[in-house]
Design a protein around this ligand. Structure first.
Ligand SMILES: [Zn+2]
Length: 300
C-alpha cells in the first residue's frame, strides 16, 4: 500500500514541475489527505489486542496499566465526592459485592480481573453514572436518590437498581469501551482532518465529521447492549433480580434533565434496550428462578 502511494506522490511532484497550476495544488492536497487517511487506518489496524477478560480481539490505544493509572488520576476531576457517608457505604457494599462475585466467576475460568474497581458517589446535580477506563465507577447523588423508588432508601429494590447501574458501568470497563472509543476517535479525527486538507473548506469537513459520528453512534449502540448484558449477569450472580435494570431505564426515561446521562447517551432508544433486556432475562430464566428460590430460603 505504501509503495502505491509513493508512486502517486512521485507522479504528483513531476506534474507540479510541469504545470504549477491551481489544479496540481488540489491534487497535492488530495494526496496528502489520502496519506493521512492511510496512516490513520493503518495505525488503527495495528492496534489489535486480546481483551484478557472477554478474550475478544479489539482495537485499543492504551494498555490496561495506562487505563488504571490514568483513570485513578482523573477521579478528582469528575466532581466533588458526596458528603453522605452512609450512601457512599451503601454504594460500596453493592459495588464490591458485584466485583467479588465477578472475580469468583472469572477465577473458575482461570481469568484474573486486572482492574482495581472503586465506586464513587458524586455530589453533582445531574442524574448520571459513568466509568473511566481502568475501573473507576461513578454515580451521582441525584441518580442515587432517583433510584429509591416508592420502596425507599436502602430497600432491596433500591439496592437492586443501583446494582443494575454499577453492573452496567463495570461492563464498560471489562469491555474496554473507553479505550476502544478513543482508538476509533483517532481514526475518525484522522479521516476528518484529511477531508479538511483535501477539500480545504468547511463543507466537506462537516460531511466527514457527520460520517465519523455515524460510525461512533453504531459502536455506542453495541457498547450499551454489551454493558447491559454484563449488568444483568452481574446482578444475577449477586442475587439482584435483573428486572430492576428495566426500572433504571424507566427512571432515566422520565427524569429528563439537561443532557442525557451516559446510560442513555447513545442509541438504541431506551425502549429498544428494555426489549433487549427482557429478552436476556428470558434467556436466563432458569438461573433467575434458582436465584429467587435461594433468596426465599434466606441463603442470600
Ligand atoms: Zn453505558
Amino acid at each position: 500500500m505504501s509503495h502505491h502511494s509513493q508512486d502517486r506522490s512521485r507522479q504528483s511532484r513531476s506534474n507540479q514541475r510541469r504545470r504549477p497550476s491551481a489544479f496540481s495544488g488540489i491534487k497535492l492536497r488530495l494526496i496528502i489527505g489520502g496519506a493521512i487517511v492511510l496512516f490513520s487506518v493503518v495505525s488503527f489496524m495495528n492496534k489489535g489486542e486480546i481483551n484478557p477478560v472477554t478474550g475478544q480481539k479489539q482495537r485499543v490505544d492504551m494498555s490496561i496499566q495506562d487505563e488504571i493509572s490514568q483513570g485513578m488520576q482523573s477521579v478528582g476531576a469528575m466532581g466533588p465526592p458526596s458528603l453522605n457517608r452512609r450512601a457512599q457505604i451503601h454504594i460500596d457494599q453493592i459495588g464490591f459485592r458485584l466485583v467479588k462475585n465477578l472475580q469468583e466467576m472469572m477465577q473458575q475460568q482461570g481469568i484474573e480481573i486486572p482492574y482495581p474497581f472503586d465506586f464513587h458517589l458524586l455530589a453533582r446535580p445531574e442524574i448520571n453514572a459513568f466509568a473511566l477506563p481502568g475501573g473507576q465507577v461513578f454515580i451521582t447523588e441525584s441518580l442515587y436518590r432517583a433510584l429509591e423508588g416508592s420502596e425507599g432508601r436502602e430497600s432491596y429494590e433500591h439496592s437492586a437498581r443501583i446494582a443494575g447501574v454499577l453492573g452496567h458501568e463495570i461492563g464498560h470497563v471489562l469491555e474496554r469501551h473507553g479505550s476502544e472509543r478513543m482508538a476509533k476517535g483517532n481514526l475518525i479525527s484522522g479521516i476528518v482532518g484529511a477531508a479538511g486538507v483535501a477539500g480545504g473548506d468547511l463543507n466537506s469537513r462537516s460531511v466527514a465529521a457527520y460520517v465519523g459520528n455515524l460510525a461512533n453512534m453504531k459502536y455506542g449502540r453495541a457498547d450499551e447492549l454489551e454493558s447491559d448484558q454484563w449488568g444483568i449477569e452481574l446482578m444475577i450472580l449477586s442475587h439482584y433480580h435483573p428486572r430492576y435494570l428495566i426500572d433504571v431505564m424507566e427512571v432515566l426515561k422520565t427524569s429528563g434533565g439537561s443532557g442525557p446521562p451516559e446510560f442513555l447517551s447513545t442509541h438504541p432508544s431506551s425502549d429498544t434496550r428494555i426489549a433487549k433486556i427482557k429478552e436476556i432475562i428470558m434467556q436466563n430464566q432458569q438461573k433467575i428462578d434458582q436465584m429467587e428460590s435461594q433468596i426465599v430460603l434466606g441463603a442470600n
